[in-house]
Design a protein around this ligand. Structure first.
Ligand code: COA
Length: 165
């Protein structure tokens, strides 16, 4: 990769690229459908971003407003956003192996952080897979005790970071 990655808002036409990044990042064991991801994009387009380098998609982030419940179910399209959203929820962030270590994930997360702060949320939450806990801790998140919906996996961990005092 030669060019510096650039970020732009995600659109529905990007979903095939998103699925390819998802497969490169997680392998075949964890795949969410275009329907589930597309519904999140439909509900919160301002919270979903794509990173591109040399004309190719190399990373994405999906986020949406969320209430004080622990986490939304996995592999099921969100029916609606909560009427009162106290948090932003980072649903997924992934970068292809060839573009890692260049700050792509930090830049994508920065867009979500800015969106959530501008929306007036108290903080951001996410469910980290075990391998990603140190990365999210680096972005200011700390673990919260929680009972997560089935599907996240035994080692998954609810994490939160504040956006204002
Ligand atoms: C985790 C992931 C998103 C990081 O992407 P990346 O573009 O390489 O990360 P960045 O280059 O932006 O790194 C930002 C910071 O996090 C650190 N970091 C990156 N990956 C890390 C990891 N696995 N563990 C701990 N720290 C990590 C970097 O050193 C950097 O630190 P700095 O601020 O001191 O420079 C990427 O490895 C990935 O897609 N993994 C598979 C999918 C995944 O687990 N996503 C998280 C979902 S819960």
């Amino acid at each position: 990769m030669t060019a510096r990655p650039v970020l732009r808002p995600l659109c529905a036409a990007d979903l095939p690229d998103v699925l390819a990044i998802q497969r490169a990042a997680y392998g075949d064991g964890y795949q969410e459908s275009a329907a589930v991801l597309g519904r999140k994009l439909e509900l919160a387009p301002q919270a979903c971003w794509l990173a591109q380098a040399d004309g190719a998609a190399v990373g994405y982030v999906f986020a949406h407003p969320w209430d004080d419940a622990d986490a939304p179910p996995l592999h099921a399209p969100l029916r609606a956003l909560p009427a009162r959203a106290g948090h932003g929820f980072v649903h997924d962030l992934a970068v292809v192996p060839a573009a890692r270590g260049l700050g792509v994930a930090a830049a994508l997360f920065g867009r979500v952080r800015d969106w959530s702060a501008a929306a007036g949320h108290r903080g951001l939450r996410l469910v980290a897979l075990a391998d990603a806990v140190p990365f999210w801790a680096r972005q200011g998140f700390a673990a919260l005790p929680a009972v997560l919906p089935a599907g996240y996996g035994e080692d998954a961990c609810l994490m939160e970071r504040a956006l204002r005092d």
